[in-house]
Design a protein around this ligand. Sequence first.
Ligand code: GDP
Length: 286
Amino acid sequence: MGKTGFGERIKNFFGLGRPRDELFEDLSELLVEGDFGAAEAFKTVEALEADCKKNRITSPEEIRERLAVLLEAMLRAPALPDEDGGVILLLGVNGVGKTTSAAKLASYYASKGRRPILAAADTFRAAAVDQLKIHGERLSIRVVAHKQGGDPAAVIYDALEAVRAGGGDLVIADTAGRMHTKSALVEELRKIDRVAASKSEGYQKYLVLDSTTGRNALAQAEIFNDAVALDGVILTKYDSSARGGIAFSLAGSLGLPVVWLCDGEGYGDLHPFDPHAYAREFTGLE
Ligand code: GDP
């Protein structure tokens, strides 16, 4: 996992010898700075305060330990899909790392003995299709693509047909990330959603979020989740300057689990999300 530096801040914060009531008050602010939504931050600190009172915990170090436990409990260990004939659909705005994540997932599943097929359902940008083809060549993984401007649902349909014909056992689909506020995109996503849901054996919809965008990521999650009920999130660029609180906000306010964490551009820089390690790193405990 990447080092975000925010854990250091939490660690230092608890080492400053503040009076207890100030500590709890200031902690909410610090969590907000760490990309927690305000409501989640207050709720978490309230629960922490009650927990410490009940268990007569007074030392800052012990309070930090309790915080890590509480934060971990907000997160869920990922359920990784393993259905044959399934689809993993990657959604998200441009630049968050969708295409790269599609390639990383394909590489991951291939390394587990699966036969993924990449579906270039971002038919909007020729560059995205080309990029996916390059990954496919490097990884020796088949890429199903249509011409630019084509119907993305048809690309997914064809990829699933290829699975049915024995050419693979899992479809990983990249989609277009034009501004999510455009109703046309929402309509397009719903159409893709219908095709994938009706034609596949198992189906997961992951939103790809750039963890360095902070709380704006939560707004993106709300919009995509409203359009097509999401199953989880892939957090990318955790190796950059991410503060990490977004994972708790996603869980707390939308009930959305982070499923994968990416901490680099390489194929191997994708890891099943580990709530324990994540919560401890966030609190500087590791
Ligand atoms: P898309 O527009 O959502 O498909 O985004 P891309 O997959 O093209 O990625 C955009 C940029 O982010 C590329 O330069 C990627 O190499 C980079 N990127 C993606 N994931 C990560 C990550 O986990 N860490 C870092 N440092 N860069 C990443």
